[in-house]
Each structure stands twice: as C-alpha cells, then as structure tokens.
Design a protein around this ligand. Sequence first.
Ligand code: UDX
Length: 434
Amino acid sequence: MKIAVFGTGYVGLVTAVGLAEFGHRVVGADKDTDKIRMISSGKAPIFEPGLEALLAKNLKSGRLEFSDDLGRAVRESDVIFVCVGTPPHDDGGADMSQIEEVSRLIAGSLNGYKVVVEKSTVPVKTSSWIKRTISLYRKSDTPFDVASNPEFLREGSAVGDFLNPDRIIIGVESERARDMLVRIYDNLKERILITNIDTAELIKHASNSFLALKISYINLIADLCEKTEADVELVARGMGLDPRIGGLFLRAGLGYGGSCFPKDVKALTRIGEDLGVDMRLLREGERINAERVRVFINKVKQSLWILKDKTIGILGLSFKPETDDIREAPSIKVISCLLAEGARLRLYDPQAMGHMKEMFPGDGERVAYCTSPVEAAQGANALLLVTEWDEFKEIDLKKIKQVMANPILIDGRNMFDPPAVRALGFEYSCLGRK
Ligand code: UDX
C-alpha cells in the first residue's frame, strides 16, 4: 500500500515518519517548497525528541519521501491522510479552508479508489463535507471513501505516542476502507477501536476537552488549597490513587496552553452550541484556565509590591517542556502583564527563545534573552518558573541565590521542594500549597 500524508506540520510530519517506520511506502506532501526541501534533507522544522533520527533512517531506507507535487502524491497513493491545519476563527470555530482546499485537490487527481483519512482534529460531521467536496469536484465517478483516524500524539513525546499509541480510533462507513486502515496498523491490531465516522471525530474533541477540564478542576482545587492548609500536590496524589480518577493531568499550575487544548475546547463549545447543546461546563473550564496567569501575577505582586523597573527572571517559555512551541503558552501572557507593569525581564528557555524573540524582540533593556538560568537570575528581584523543563530541576540554586538581587523564587508549576528551597534562604511561593 502506498500512503500520502498531506501537510508536514506536527501531526503530518510525525505521521509520515511513523507510517514509514511501520514499513509502508509514504510520501509526505506539502505545497511549501522550502519546507519540503528542508525535510527531504533530513532536517525537521520543529524540535521534537527522536524525530530527526527516525526521519533520517526512513529517508535512507527509501520508504519515505517528501514532495511538493500534490497531484502526484494523490495519483500514486491508495490512502491519503489529511493532516493540514484547522486553526481557530475569532468565534472559536475551526477554520476548515485548508481541509476544503485539499479535498478539491484530491478530487482533481483522483485516478482510482482511494481512502481519504482525516487525521487533523476536525469538527464532528467534517467527513460529510469532505465527501461532498470530492464528489462535486472529481472529474469522473471514481469511487472513494472518507474515514476518520484522529491523532492523539503529544508534543515532546510525539514519536513514542505515534509508534506506541494507547488506542487507534478508526471511523469508517465501508468494509473496504476499514480493511485498508486495519492493514496499515497491522502491528497494533489489538489497540484498534472501530466506530462510525461521527463517533471517531467526536472522540478526539471529547478527549482533549476532558483533559483540559481535568486540569482546570485541579487548578480550582489549588485555589481552594490556597485558602486553607491543604496541599494541592497531595490532594492530587490522593485523588489520583483512585483508578477511576487516575493520577495523570492533575498537575496544578499556570494552566494549559499549546496548539490543541485551548483550540479544541473552544471548537467543541462552538460545535455543541451550534447544535443547540448547553456547553457552559466547557466555558467554565476555559474561564478557570484564563484566570491562572492573573493568580500567578498576583503572587509576584505580593512579593515585589510594585513591579515598575523591577528586574524579573523567567525560566521556561515553551507551553510545556520538551518542545520549542510557544503557541498559547502561559509565558506570553506572563511576559505581557509584567511588561505592561513596567518590569525588566531576563528570559531563558532551552528551546523556545527563537520563537519568543519574534514576539518580544530582545532590546537588552526591557527584554533580555539569556544563555543560562544563572544569567536569567543575574541581578533579578525575583525569579519565576513558568515551564517545568527537567534541566531546571538540576539548577544550582545556591549559585542562583548569589547572583540575584533578592532571593525570591515564584514557582508556577510547583516544581521545587518548598522546605529545600527555603532552607537555602529563598523566599518561595508556589500555587495551591504553602
Ligand atoms: C495534547 C493531548 O495530550 C494530545 O493527546 C493531543 O493529540 C494534542 O493535545 P499537547 O498539547 O502536546 O497534547 O500537550 P499535553 O501534554 O497534553 O499538555 C497540554 C497542556 O496542559 C500544557 O500546557 C501542559 O503544561 C498543561 N498541563 C498538562 C497542565 O497544566 N497540567 C497537567 O497535569 C498536564
């Protein structure tokens, strides 16, 4: 079977590489010629652990290629995975124009039966639109099927998530399409759940929104802990011991960001409201998440009183560790708030500074980018931990304290051990615990 993967963003690139690793012949297709050239030379446009090694391996094997000839990619494939972006509109709904464009393109080059698989996160009922579009624009009655196979990979562990997924959801409406998709995942047969297409589409949005709500829930409990002697880390641990709840995604802190949760919660809210369903539960989760930065900035103010002309170091800019992605990162709001208050910022992140410089160029005066955590702490009146990269667990806090103007540490991810940092002489605050 020959597979085409349309789109070489996060999902598309990992899918193309992963399917080649499963042993299939794959062409990754994208109209961005520069990107295709870059990826074809073995360079990944995103930072993702393990991706470049696997890309190089599969390019070398001859199973994987990348092309900007989209028509050829369609003609030479039996299955087409659609992995183009579905960015949010201002009203929260998803912009489906790239999916529509790819559907028309597939229609124009359809030269035999193919299965068109939605892999990007799309609103329920999208498959009907893809089907209608291909039917409208194809030149003959060439048969095709549409299927849904949502992707659940997480940034930072995307390769492992793709190669070793918890579940593979396959939404189909014909046996022919089902058999072809099951063959693709032959090595993971026991993890496949077959559903109809609407169900598969909804599973993705429902999962991400549930996880986002779980995070907002623990952040709500953190607010409650702040007002009592309870410790949110232990509350989360105690709750998580119940297998019905589970311990994952109960980390309180600055809340969720990234390219998926904020967008998917909004999209599902919009989908539900359009269908006449009361979606206030999701709206409330979103509101709690939006409050996190304000709660955090209040902590900074409680420590420094006036922020104008104070020097503040920030550790961690990406929306979560192990990625250079800053989309919807809480750090953006933290930086904006602090700059609005007149603070001077010293920023450090192991991977994300390049992207952040595009948004907040370093002027060396109000915003300085640093080459290490110690440099970010230099002369600072307070040091803020915004993203919990592993390397920050190892930092030499004694040295950090020596270079700071005031040893104030404010931990937005509850990463440090309160007694240990206080024993070093830091004034330490965190979220939902003392
Ligand atoms: C998510 C889903 O996990 C994945 O299945 C889907 O395919 C894409 O969206 P991702 O956005 O890469 O993946 O990151 P994830 O690890 O889920 O974290 C999302 C956000 O939630 C991050 O900002 C993270 O910091 C935050 N988070 C996560 C918490 O605040 N607390 C937690 O306990 C867990």
